[in-house]
Design a binder for this molecule. Sequence first.
Ligand code: 9UX
Length: 69
Amino acid sequence: MTSQTRLKISGMTCGHCVAHTQKALEAVPGVTQVEVTLEPGGAVITGDASLDALIAAVKDAGYEAERDS
Ligand code: 9UX
């Protein structure tokens, strides 16, 4: 099922950080669309990827993420 997940992301300080995060999230299986914002740091992910996989991808890219509820 396709749904939207919102993440709060910390540690991104420039536009390249946003691009890194964008690419990392797009590479997670099941993701169909990603929108990353720098200020405030966050992302809206569309698709059926698991929350854990999305958070892990952001961490692997060098930033911190949690669900934005
Ligand atoms: Mo910008 Mo971000 O030079 O990890 S890429 S600070």
